[in-house]
Design a protein. Sequence first.
Length: 281
Amino acid sequence: MSVMTAQKRSPVATTLLILGAAYCLLPVLWVLIASTKSAGELFSTFTLSPSVHLWDNITDLAGYRDGLYWRWMANTALYAGVGAAASTMISAMAGFALAKFEFRGKSFVFNVILAGVLVPGVILAIPQYLLLAKVGLTNTYWAVLLPSFISPYGIYLARIFAAAAVPTEILEASRIDGAGDWRTFYRVVLPMMRTGLVTVFLFQFVAIWNNFMLPYIMLGDDKLYPITVGLNGLLNQGANQPAMYTSVITGALISIIPLIALFLALQRYWQVDLAAGGIKA
């Protein structure tokens, strides 16, 4: 066994993985180090040389307009949390229906969803703005939440997971026992699709958390801004007030922490299911 493991090791692959990890983590390291510097040190000291002003920068950021930054963080958590949860549930229902039910127009619906995967979200921002403006929902929380409820990519993933993880025999046994479609879905299908739905939720949460264009177009009140649009406003002020650059960098660092915490909290679901799959194999 050890001989086979040794033969599978590839120095080239390992080197490429290390380079890829460094490429991804270097910007995070830069943000971490830059957030410890004062406004004067930010452009006058060595890039990777840390300083001792992190807490001062956090205090300045927290005090900006009576804590407006934390309002942006709360808005972002609302948009991402509610949007990702609703999108995951809709994706689960749609994906399960496409995978396990036969109905007229099924292929057409699935092809439309595939086409939606290929359309960048930024292209839809203007049409979505015009539609929501017609019903008076722009510059409200709903202007950001409603477009995030439907994710073609999430539906596509949920269909794949449902087809692979939910045996037809289980569904037939549930129907024989007298369970209706909704009860079967909530009691049988959702637990079996858990790993896939965690993946869909995480993808959608990160996408909404990092979304800039949609809320930038939809919102005019800065008290409704998510963190991306709010920090962009601070960055624009940095041209006239260089001290704002440290607030932007510090705010970017803090905004990363919830994403890291979410990933660490959810990865146990993947580990449990991978271990279960290995035992079954």
